[in-house]
Ligand binder design. Structure first.
Ligand code: ADP
Ligand code: MG
Length: 876
């Protein structure tokens, strides 16, 4: 019974008033119907969500119940729930049946209209409307269902609940609430049925039910389960507004039998106590407290937040939610007034004390019904104990019991009015839900133990697995090893062996190669060492040579100055001399050519100065200068040698000293035209003697002269070369070589230079050659055609046979005569028209000997004779 009723002000009022004619007028009928239609939905969620469904084992109260209704929703404070009031009429007992036999009941019930008519007199009555009107025929079952069941359901859902019986002694409060129904099951009262429903509904694993059973008498609370405990105090929790009785015995109920036994024990104690105290049980209040603790799933909880996707950890760490509904069933003392006279043997003070709690209850209900600002809750122990039942958060059902007897009409009327006032009391139903931290802690401890155990188990399993894998691996390795060994022994081993042999052979070959290469390298190294010592020797030699060379160069410098001096003197001398014949050409042909000059006389000084030179310098030194580095020195030296060679007396000495060889070398190596000309001149002079001629040829002179002839352009050089070859042509022994080594060809080649001096030397050579050939024919050592004709000399011979230069003409005429002497040449000569030249020579040649020779030849040659005849030329 809250001291403030402000929360009820905005509620949907359920008001009734009694009219003057005794008819109760319902002021808000429509609302009343709504209230009853929602009687069994005290949980605000049940009407909007399907999460809180009625359990099948507990049939939910029907719409006929009176036990409460939500009038409105208040999120913060709960749900409005008016105190529900039913009235129950006891049937007439035997006594009444006799005493009131002629009289009608003081009440008339209209259960369908939930109305009760209280007779004033025979013609007048007052009508009252209740939440439920239970006739004398109403079964205990029906009474439970309409009065208590909705409250029990609320308790199971976590609300506090109160079922209280109010009425005159003997009207059936105890009958309604406390009957055990052990003989007749249908007689079971509200307490037994409530516990049946609760025990059927809860889960024994998670939920619990415990009871206390108390008696309140003269403001003393006695424990009916432990009667010696008769001074139980009430503890108010100012924070929550809850009251508790820590001294009361609290027995947990697991089954119905335990409960029934406890109830009967409590009844026995109550009876004994009242006997001892010399009191009537009707003067005491019996209070059964049933504590129901239920664990609920988070989503069903009012505490559970809207956050539906909380993490797993958060879920684990979230403490379980428990709902603690407390059902209080109060069997009040009889409501009749105690005779203040103390007719029952009580003093006035005692009487006051006996009635205190009940009258305090009446006052509180009046205050609440009238919305009085002050509700005197603390006036009595009963009102303190019931503070949550009236004007609190509990769902409260009040059953008022009345008797039918007109004799107790006053008490009945008083009871009815109490009920009517109680109907105006409005509670604010609130679910009793809290986090169960203890349970969470227990649960976490258990989970931790489990996890530790699981972890240990897993470690063990892991270790075993490792052990197993290791031994398995060991086994496999052994298997593989033995398999491998077997495989090697069998098929593959032969292949491997072959491969190995091959490899061994290859390796051996490679090793051999390497060792041979090593030997080679060693040899190389030895060779290299030898070479380097040789190189050292050669270097030494080179140094010596260099020193020698330096000495020689000094000498040469001295000689050069002498030579220059001599040259100068020689030139002087030459200028002073006439162009006389300084030397005479040797050989038979030369005798035919007295005009042919000695080449050197003109060019290189005279014999006297040369003799002088010999004496002054010495032949050896002069020859050595032919190889001098300095070109000027070489030129001077070759000129000196050429001059010396022009002197027949010097020739032998020059050749002996190696002069011829040096000159040939010079001709071979030098590109200088002057040197070539002078050297060729010297060679030509040396070529006058038969011995020298052979020496020249044997030293490759013919080839050198031919090369020079082919390359030179200067007519004087060509003249010298041609002269030299012409000299060689006069040697019988050299005929074949002259032809074989290209001497004749070289001679004929030089006619490209039209200089008469050159042509004269060519002609002289041809004449010399033809003469030697002729001699060979005569001696019988030569057969066949002339080599000159073979080498193609004949056309040039014929062409120049009548050359105006007499030296050329004479030599050619002579050559023609020699060729014509031999019949083998005749045919070619005729073809080449040489016959005509011979005829001319035989007629016109100024030299008698040649003219006669030609004539003789023509007349003796059958071929020529024949040709002449054929041409009808009369000759001879
Ligand atoms: P109270 O507890 O209110 O003093 P009781 O429960 O002791 O009254 O009832 C008085 C007597 O009336 C008892 O003998 C009881 O069996 C009887 N009685 C009460 N109510 C009924 C009822 N509805 N039907 C039959 N007998 C009843
Ligand atoms: Mg009783």
């Amino acid at each position: 019974m809250a001291s403030s009723n402000s929360h009820r002000n905005g509620g949907v009022g359920y008001t009734s008033s009694i009219t003057s004619n005794g008819t109760k007028v319902i002021t808000d009928r429509q609302q009343q119907q709504q209230l009853f239609s929602s009687l069994n939905s005290i949980n605000p969620k049940s009407s909007t969500t399907s999460s809180l469904k009625p359990k099948s084992s507990l049939r939910r109260s029907s719409t006929g119940s009176i036990a409460g209704s939500a009038t409105a929703k208040d999120e913060s404070r709960g749900v409005r729930g008016r105190v529900r009031v039913a009235v129950r009429l006891r049937p007439r007992n035997a006594e009444e049946a006799v005493a009131d036999a002629d009289m009608p009941d003081c009440v008339e019930l209209q259960p369908e209209l939930k109305r009760l008519k209280l007779r004033r007199n025979n013609w007048d009555s007052d009508t009252f409307e209740f939440d439920e009107v239970l006739t004398e025929f109403a079964s205990q079952k029906r009474v439970y269902e309409v009065v208590a069941k909705p409250v029990v359901e609320g308790v199971l859902d976590g609300y506090n609940g109160t079922v209280m019986a109010y009425g005159q002694t003997g009207t059936g409060k105890t009958y309604t609430l406390a009957r055990l129904g052990e003989e007749d099951k249908s007689a079971r009262g509200i307490m037994v049925r409530a516990l049946e429903d609760i025990l059927a509904e809860i889960s024994p694993e998670t939920d619990s039910v415990s009871i206390s059973y108390l008696q309140l008498y003269m403001e003393t609370i006695q424990d009916l389960l432990q009667p010696t405990n008769d001074r139980i105090s009430i503890i108010d929790d100012p924070k929550t507004g809850d009251v508790s009785l820590p001294g009361a015995t609290l027995v947990e109920i697991k089954d119905q039998k335990t409960f029934v036994d406890l109830l009967s024990l409590g009844e026995a104690h109550r009876f004994a106590a009242n006997t001892k105290l010399n009191t009537e049980s009707s003067r005491s209040h019996a209070i059964l407290m049933v504590n129901v603790k239920r664990s609920i799933k988070g989503k069903d909880s009012a505490l559970s937040v809207e956050n539906g996707n909380a993490s797993h950890a958060a879920k684990i760490l979230k403490p379980p939610i428990v709902r603690r509904g407390k059902l209080v069933i109060v069997d009040l003392a009889g409501s009749e007034r105690i005779d203040k006279s103390g007719s029952e043997g009580h003093t006035l003070e005692e009487a006051k004390s006996i009635n205190l709690s009940l009258s305090a209850l009446g006052k509180c209900i009046n205050a609440l019904a009238e919305n009085s600002p002050h509700v005197p809750v603390r006036d009595s122990k009963l009102t303190r104990l019931l503070r949550d039942s009236f004007g609190g958060t509990a769902r409260t059902s009040l059953i008022v019991t009345i008797g039918p007897s007109p004799q107790h009409r006053g008490e009945t009327a008083s009871t009815i009015m109490f009920g009517q006032r109680a109907m105006k009391v409005e509670n604010m139903l609130k679910i009793k839900e809290e986090f169960d931290y203890k349970s969470l802690s227990r649960r976490l401890d258990i989970q931790l133990d489990k996890l530790i155990a699981e972890n240990e188990r897993q470690q063990k399993t892991f270790q075993d697995e490792i052990q197993r894998i290791a031994s398995e691996a060991q086994k496999r390795i052994a298997e593989v090893e033995s398999n491998y060994a077997g495989a090697l022994e069998s098929t593959e081993i032969n292949e491997f062996k072959k491969l190995l042999q091959n490899e061994t052979l290859l390796r051996r070959a490679a090793e051999e190669e390497i060792s041979s290469l090593r030997n080679e390298v060693a040899q190389w190294k030895r060779l290299e060492a030898a070479k380097s010592s040789e190189i050292l020797k050669l270097r030494k030699l080179l140094e010596d040579e260099s020193q020698e060379k330096a000495k020689l160069e000094e000498e040469i410098a001295a000689l050069q100055s002498q030579l220059l001096q001599l040259s100068f003197e020689a030139d002087e001398t030459r200028r002073n001399l006439d162009k006389g014949e300084m030397a005479k050409l040797s050989g038979d042909l030369d005798s035919l050519l007295p005009q042919s000059n000695h080449q050197s006389s003109r060019d290189f000084g005279d014999g006297a100065s040369m003799a002088k030179l010999f004496e002054q310098v010495g032949l050896q030194k002069i020859l050595s200068l032919l190889e001098a580095d300095d070109a000027d020195v070489r030129i001077h030296a070759v000129k000196v040698v050429a001059n010396l060679a022009a002197e027949e007396s010097n020739q032998e000495r020059i050749v002996e000293a190696g002069g011829l060889t040096s000159l040939l070398m010079l001709l071979r190596s030098s590109d200088d035209e002057t040197i070539q000309r002078v050297a060729a001149g010297a060679i030509a002079n040396l070529a006058m003697s038969e011995t020298n001629q052979e020496l020249i040829v044997s030293q490759g002179g013919l080839e050198l002269l031919s090369t020079t002839a082919a390359n030179a352009n200067d007519p004087q050089t060509l003249r010298m070369v041609a002269g030299a070859i012409a000299n060689l042509c006069g040697n019988d022994k050299l005929q074949m070589k002259l032809r074989g080594e290209g001497g004749i060809k070289a001679l004929l080649g030089m006619v490209r230079c039209r200089h008469p001096d050159v042509l004269a030397q060519v002609a002289r050579g041809i004449a010399n050659f033809a003469k030697c050939e002729s001699r060979a024919f005569t001696q019988g050592t030569k057969m066949g055609r002339s080599l000159l004709i073979e080498d193609g000399a004949l056309p040039w011979i014929v062409q120049n046979a009548n050359n105006e230069a007499s030296p050329i003409r004479r030599h050619i005429e002579l050559a023609l005569c020699h060729l014509a002497q031999h019949e083998v040449n005749a045919k070619d000569m005729i073809t080449a028209r040489a016959l005509w030249e011979l005829v001319r020579i035989s007629r016109d040649c100024s030299r008698d000997d040649i003219r006669n020779l030609a004539y003789k030849t023509l007349t003796h040659s059958p071929a020529f004779q024949a040709e002449l005849r054929r041409l009808r030329i009369d000759y001879g």
